[in-house]
Design a protein around this ligand. Sequence first.
Ligand code: SF4
Length: 379
Amino acid sequence: MLLKTRGTAFNINESIVGRVTRNQFELDNSSFLICEDELPERDNPFIGVLTKHKIHTNAYYSQPIVSNVPNFDHLSNGDIVVVNEDGTIRTLYRANSHHNVLFVTERCNSNCLMCSQPPKDKDDISRLYKINQKLISLIPKDCFELVITGGEPTLLGELFFKTLETLKEQLPKTEIHVLTNGRSFAWRNMAERLSNINYNRVMFGIPLYADYYQVHDYIVQAKDAFNQTILGLHNLARYNQRIEIRIVLHKQSVPRLTRLSKYIYKNLPFAQHITFMGLEYIGYTPHNIDKLWIDPHDYIDELNESVEFLAGQGMQVSIYNSQLCVLPQNLWKYCRKSISDWKNSYLPICQSCTKLNECGGLFTWNLDKHSDYINPFLV
Ligand code: SF4
């Protein structure tokens, strides 16, 4: 799905965040008008115009305008975009989706072998913070859920907490899911600062890949990461934060999976949710595929034992990014349709499958790298 397009920008000196509409009667001073046909009157009480028309001079408007945009088919009324000086129009929020994120930085203090969004060491924090503050103010108050992601969100420092405070104030009914490696919470004052916000709609999704520090540290490519993450998990629990533990399944994590599940039960019983997640074939993964790939069919025994053990102890367990035909039927009740709509696809053979509507399918980028055991159900 297209989330970015580009045209020729006029009168734009810094990134502008606004809601798009094609309806002239819905316009306000936070709106961009998508203009497929005739251009509107000069200078209007909205932010600016996005148009397919070919304009070669800014003589017509003094307002921001992006012209020569190839098409707007991917944008619905109410979507929120950021329009940049170079004419790029990035979708930040899709009004008709439950899968929206606040992307807060490309920086990270880990460098995981299978990172789907490889970190970049660039100073983007204050720019993205400003964009996200405006974005939050425009998101509808009935938004069900938002994911805060990066990079590593806690690297924002005080701006991370201010982002949560803004969300609590402006979107009090929205569930917030923070994807973090949890290492920053090894410092107790970070967890304490969090608890002072007193925000019970936040869940922290934190990866843990092994019960043994050398394996976890190798997977995340960061010394002391295991100790920091475990300390961080305990500090978050000490301050009554809600925690989800996320385990990506691959050749490095599978051998200790059952030991990890026992470790979690014994040492992290406060976790509210444990997710076992299939591997995404994007980011670093294609480069490290020899170190990572194991056909999901070949880890069924380890997955089965780990899931049934944790569920048997009364813990809430889910399996993400997996296909029903690859798993034994006793695990289906743990499978969730976890892949965001904009990156969710099915193979051509899935069209004949009787479980198509119940199956979560694949990441679009996994269409070329998936289990050899995908096989449609015919009855
Ligand atoms: S064939 Fe496709 S739709 Fe059917 S269970 Fe397998 S992956 Fe899912």
